[in-house]
Design a protein around this ligand. Structure first.
Ligand code: 3PY
Ligand code: MG
Length: 258
């Protein structure tokens, strides 16, 4: 058996924080560059980015060629995208707006082969890249790939214990922008507000109780450090377009200081 694709599960089991970049721009060439930034993985945002599946497939290949794991945030919690992303070689899927246990079960069903779920067979890129035979891939895939449910609404927070106990689910992933918007009934986005942090504590506790990875969208060092203290370890650290803005602003600031 040759080396399987990036073993995200074993890496996350160390408990050390795992920071990955978050892409919104559909470009395999850019993905090859972003995969070589000092983050441990790359996520493709098919919900708010402008990445469709025919953009994502070559981006996943470029990320894997750089030796990094590819993660896909799906457009919605719809059953077709997890299988497509995993077939194309992503090692993890993150589904937005998972509000109920039934929605979490739907996500697991779409992402895992039997007996855990009902993922349909069609391993193209992932199967070949794994170096495994079809039978070995079938046996290994549920362990090699991971599925995260996004907790980012008041409804999801109320159901978080049942969601976290969903058989086959690997992690919870908080979207703190949507979470703080719904917690404040639309008054604002407050990733570090007292209500948001209290909600994050609840999510981290549910994850811990069920042996799940606790992840969140970070976006800045302050936010990630605060969430790490609560027990989160799996972070979307920086968005491609933000990195462009931050890099350009830092250069121009330095020039003004000359
Ligand atoms: C959120 O913060 O709501 C997210 O979904 C991150 O993209
Ligand atoms: Mg969101």
């Amino acid at each position: 058996m040759s080396a399987p694709q990036f073993d995200l599960r074993s890496r996350l089991a160390t408990g050390e924080p795992f920071l990955f970049s978050w892409m919104s721009i559909p470009s395999a060439e850019l993905a090859a560059q972003v995969a070589r930034l000092p983050f441990e993985g790359v996520a493709l945002d098919m919900q708010h980015g402008v990445i469709g599946f025919s953009d994502a497939a070559p981006m996943i290949a470029a990320i894997n060629a750089a030796g990094r794991p590819a993660i896909v945030r799906t457009l919605w919690n719809s059953p077709e995208i997890p299988g497509q992303a995993l077939d194309a070689g992503a090692v993890a899927v993150i589904a937005p707006m998972v509000n109920t246990r039934a929605q979490a079960e739907l996500l697991v069903r779409a992402s895992k082969y039997p007996p855990i779920g009902a993922r349909s067979w069609g391993g193209y890129t992932a199967l070949q890249a794994s170096g495994l035979s079809p039978g070995e891939y079938l046996r290994e895939a549920n362990r090699m790939t991971m599925v995260f449910a996004m907790v980012e609404t008041v409804e999801s927070l109320a159901n978080v214990e049942e969601i976290a106990a969903t058989p086959g689910l690997d992690g919870l992933f908080v979207g703190p922008s949507d979470l703080s918007i719904t917690l404040s009934n639309g008054a604002g986005i407050d990733k570090l507000g007292a209500h948001t942090l209290a909600a994050m504590e609840k999510v981290a506790a549910a994850a811990k109780k069920n042996g799940l990875v606790a992840g969140a969208f970070g976006g800045s060092a302050d936010v990630m450090k605060a969430y790490m203290k609560i027990g989160f370890t799996f972070f979307a650290a920086a968005v491609d377009v933000d990195l462009l803005h931050v890099g350009a602003a830092a250069l121009m600031k330095a020039m003004r200081e000359v």
